[in-house]
Design a protein around this ligand. Structure first.
Ligand code: KG4
Ligand code: ZN
Length: 335
């Protein structure tokens, strides 16, 4: 089965061609430079940029895969969640292609695509697992019982982990998105230099909260403004903030895995690119005897390949198809 997939939920214009579980191409045009000037994603600009980029990106994905439109068996796009105007561009374009080719159209939940991204290429190995989805907009802990059968255990009650990286980084004067920059600077910083709170770490539930940590960094910088004049202190600050976020994510994920009796832990979403998170999850899983599957770095940040792969799995599982006049669902949640 050959599928063209499109992803435009936020600030990456993505198109991919997948065939029989393999990614033939995965093209992403990132808008982060455009939004950096404003310190965050500007929805109207994102939608206009998707309009400009979508056709070239889709053409390039088809060209790289060596696939013509006539060879497609289905078309998929992100249904939600995401920025309404951004989602609309990719979703309606994909529906139009499916209509013109008279092929099935599949609308995909963006989080569900992240959730199954660690299994791309090896779905036959899927086993019950606890999955951490950590991105700029969401932090979700999910129990996956089997393929396409999952239940959300907890999520953030305020800011997402990625948002905490981005916003505390902004306070330090780093460009948007600050997550990758904090990761880089933290490499040469001392993670115990400054002590920041670990919100909800000892709460027995599976929810997360990161706004208190963000506020505590704000007050810390208000009381210690000179710190930002010292490059090493900034590295220490990055390492300390990162350590607080990572500790909460890792400990709560491992605790959920133990409680639910699974033998495997997975992680996906943009923040899963973070080296400290990857390292600490790996260490904890070795210590506690869990298998660990992390989404490949190129599949952690938003991309259309994960949308296409999940669409294929749904088609193979005969999940009922949506009609061609289905509408986007910007507020879609993972159940
Ligand atoms: O999954 P994603 O591309 O988009 C959303 O669905 O939100 O995630 C983007 C988020 C941003 O907050 C970005 O700062 C964060 O992922 N991120 C990182 C790293 N790479 C991306 N955070 C920490 N360390 C990284 N290396
Ligand atoms: Zn995402």
């Amino acid at each position: 089965m050959t599928i063209l997939a499109i992803e435009t939920s936020c600030d990456e214009t993505g198109a991919a061609v997948v065939r029989d579980g393999k990614i033939l191409s995965n093209t992403v045009s990132s808008q982060t430079k455009l939004h950096a000037e404003y310190g965050g994603v500007v929805p109207e600009l994102a939608a206009r940029e998707h309009l400009r980029n979508l056709i070239p990106v889709a053409k390039s994905a088809l060209r790289e895969a060596g696939i013509s439109m006539e060879q497609l068996d289905a078309v998929a796009a992100t249904l939600g969640p995401g920025l309404p105007n951004a989602l609309l561009v990719g979703f309606k374009a994909a529906q139009a292609v499916a209509f013109a080719l008279n092929k099935p159209f599949v609308g995909i939940n963006h989080h569900e695509a992240h959730l199954y991204s660690p299994w791309i290429g090896e779905f036959e190995k899927l086993q019950p697992n606890i999955s951490l989805i950590v991105s700029g907009g969401h932090t979700i802990l999910v129990l996956v019982e089997s393929e396409l059968k999952h239940r959300v255990l907890g999520s953030t009650i305020d800011d997402a982990a990625g948002e905490c990286f981005d916003k505390t980084g902004k306070m330090m004067g780093l460009n948007y998105p600050a997550g990758p920059e904090i990761d880089r600077l933290a490499e040469q910083g001392n993670p115990v230099a400054f002590d920041f709170p670990r919100p909800l770490l000892n709460d027995p539930g599976d929810d997360f909260s990161f706004s208190g940590l963000k506020t505590s960094v704000r007050y810390f910088l208000r009381d210690n403004p000179a710190l930002l004049d010292d490059a090493q202190k900034i590295r220490d600050l990055c390492a300390s903030v990162q350590a607080a976020i990572v500790e909460v994510l890792v400990k709560k994920t491992i605790r959920a895995a133990k409680r639910n009796g699974v033998r495997c832990v997975t992680a996906s979403g943009g923040v899963t690119c973070n080296r400290a998170l990857r390292h600490e999850l790996a260490r904890a899983c070795v210590r506690e005897g869990f298998a660990l599957r992390l989404a490949e770095k190129s599949l952690c940040t938003d991309n259309a390949a994960m949308i296409g792969i999940l669409a294929e799995r749904k088609l193979l599982a005969n999940v009922p198809l949506a009609s061609l006049d289905e509408e986007i669902k910007p507020g879609l949640v993972l159940a």
